[in-house]
Design a protein around this ligand. Sequence first.
Ligand code: ITT
Length: 226
Amino acid sequence: MEKRPVNILLCTDNEGKIAEIRARWNVAGTKIWSIEEINSAFGLSLTAPNVVEDGHTLEENAWLKTEGWYKQLGPVLGQVFGGEIAFLAEDSGLFVYALPGKLGVFSKRFAPKEMQETMGVAQANNTQLLQLLTAVPTARRTGHYAAALCLVDISGEILFETTGELKVTIVTEARGSLGFGYDPLTVPNGQAKTFGEMTTEEKNSLGTHRTRALDQLVAWLQTQVA
Ligand code: ITT
């Protein structure tokens, strides 16, 4: 049995992901940190490592993120936390069945680069998705979100890996400004509102790709020695 990590750094600079993970976190004795929190708590000016996400799967990319982060930040954070720090990364994506191979692991890089630079990444991706689905009827505007989580210790050893999925439909017009990424275009099956119209708490309470993966990690951590 492993020892439950005392501190976990979230290896992401996506504020939306951080908010959703934080709202769901429920592990006594394990504190999760963003890089900004560590900087302000310890007077540091660490920056997020630039990780090349060239894996073929979300699982590979999640691991690549932990690898980039623990290698770059492990030495300094090991000192700050007396070795008591682990690294948690998440890679996720939207899989749209009418557009096979176009999003998925490439969800962040879906719209052309120039379009992303002009409009911003999320706005460009959403515009591109609506355009490519223009002729696709409602019944075929289906897909799923998936998330892969990877937790490594300070030496890069994988402690736990897991995935989660959630079926969605893609609406014909963006609705709502909450959340991030494709939230204004996606309605979880059985619901009426897009994620863009839901608070973090509402979104999490439905059970998302992210919370489904996270709940497994939390359950595993709770079985480890505190
Ligand atoms: P990292 O720092 O964790 O890498 P990121 O925003 O770059 O954050 P990913 O590489 O994992 O995230 O890319 C995920 C893509 O899928 C990105 O375009 C997200 O906006 C989108 N996505 C994932 N989960 C989502 C969710 O719950 N709601 C809306 N969009 C989501």
